[in-house]
Design a protein around this ligand. Sequence first.
Ligand code: HEC
Ligand code: HEC
Ligand code: HEC
Ligand code: HEC
Ligand code: HEC
Length: 222
Amino acid sequence: MAQIFTASADTRLRAFFLIMLLVVLGVAAFAGGLADSTYVTMVGWFRDQPVPFSHQHHVQGLGIDCRYCHTGVETSAQAGLPATHVCMTCHSQVWTGAPLLALVRQSFASGTPLEWNRVAKVPDYVYFNHSIHVTRGVPCVECHGRIDEMPLTARAQPFQMQWCLSCHRDPAPHLRPPEQVTQMDWSDWERDPQAHKDYGALMVQAYGIEPDKLVQCNTCHR
Ligand code: HEC
Ligand code: HEC
Ligand code: HEC
Ligand code: HEC
Ligand code: HEC
């Protein structure tokens, strides 16, 4: 009977399979690395904004509290972004003619809100709620980093499932007295880690926080 495969066809076939294997492994390794890379998590990335709003100037420099502009943060799911009239309470008096603020004045005059490019966002299928975190004393800085040092707003945390879960498994060390949540540099307890731990453990009990429930799928996927 005639040979179906010649010796050389057999070699070519083996080579083909070997190359396919390498391609598959290569893609897997690339995808794996990509999931953790800042390209996907966007940590540290800032986005261009229509107006170069600086938290560094307004929060650290002028000492404005987060809640002055993000009014929903204690009472609703969304922190919210400030309406233009909030900017104009000051900018109708200071820097009134500045070209940098031309779009702010236009927006105020026309009533069309500024369109900010979002940097802190989770996909629509994830349920997040600010008020529940903030009223339990989870500080802004845990999730948004040192906003007060950012000339342009950048993302500080990956906002991936594992990151949420790692705190939900053991929230105690992350809790503060709720009146301290907007404090960026809160060093009292950094000097006394034991006091912080004791406080956290006490609050987990006081609020009735149940880590077992916090890691269940329907907590965040409803
Ligand atoms: C409580 C008063 C106040 C409010 C509210 C305020 N600003 Fe300012 N802003 C200032 C002052 C004062 C400066 C000048 C800061 C400096 O030179 O250090 C400034 C500066 C700026 C600048 C110039 C660049 C910079 O950062 O120095 C921009 C742009 C700006 N503000 C945008 C905004 C926008 C947009 C809003 C609303 C979301 C806003 N500001 C709300 C007081 C305010
Ligand atoms: C004077 C008003 C003002 C104050 C005070 C302020 N912010 Fe903002 N914030 C803004 C504006 C305007 C934007 C949208 C532009 C941008 O992303 O920089 C914003 C954006 C953000 C974002 C990104 C939202 C997104 O998804 O794009 C976060 C997070 C944030 N602020 C947190 C804070 C925290 C935390 C504080 C207090 C330490 C604070 N802000 C104080 C005006 C303010
Ligand atoms: C436990 C983590 C966590 C804490 C604490 C937290 N945030 Fe957020 N923040 C998020 C997440 C997640 C989003 C994206 C929400 C979304 O996409 O719906 C977000 C979005 C925002 C936005 C964009 C607008 C909005 O409402 O979605 C602002 C502004 C903001 N946060 C400000 C604050 C301020 C101010 C504080 C403290 C008083 C704070 N956040 C505390 C996780 C947190
Ligand atoms: C630094 C700690 C921390 C991080 C990070 C964190 N959480 Fe939470 N989360 C808490 C605490 C504390 C509570 C309050 C639990 C309670 O009172 O029972 C909570 C409660 C919640 C609740 C309400 C659960 C209920 O009782 O119905 C949701 C939803 C939630 N978190 C979603 C998220 C999502 C989504 C992320 C990530 C994007 C996230 N959280 C990141 C600490 C955290
Ligand atoms: C504390 C909040 C939280 C809990 C609890 C949680 N998830 Fe998620 N999940 C998230 C967030 C945030 C994302 C978005 C991840 C991203 O954007 O990278 C996500 C994404 C996902 C995705 C999309 C694919 C992916 O991995 O990005 C799936 C599937 C998923 N979750 C399934 C589950 C299942 C199953 C459970 C229960 C075992 C669960 N989640 C519990 C927060 C949570």
